[in-house]
Write a new protein. Structure first.
Length: 71
């Protein structure tokens, strides 16, 4: 098996980690809003900022995988 394929497969695992992280963050944000509905605006702001950073990590992992395979 080619080493570049193994490297690309490892880089793709960032998507798995990001998906798990997003799921956990969504669940915790729902719990937080259920416990304190008056703070939902603040919770939503922090939640969205966290999702943006998590999604950017997933995109970087995909970019690294593509670079490993085709360069």
């Amino acid at each position: 098996m080619d080493l570049t394929a193994i490297g690309a497969a490892i880089a793709i695992f960032t998507g798995l980690g990001c998906g798990l992280g997003m799921g956990l963050a969504t669940g915790k944000a729902c719990e937080a809003v259920a416990r304190q509905p008056e703070a939902s605006g603040k919770i939503q702001t922090v939640f969205m900022l966290g999702l943006v950073f998590t999604e950017s990590i997933a995109i970087y992992g995909l970019l690294v995988a593509i670079l490993i395979l085709f360069v």
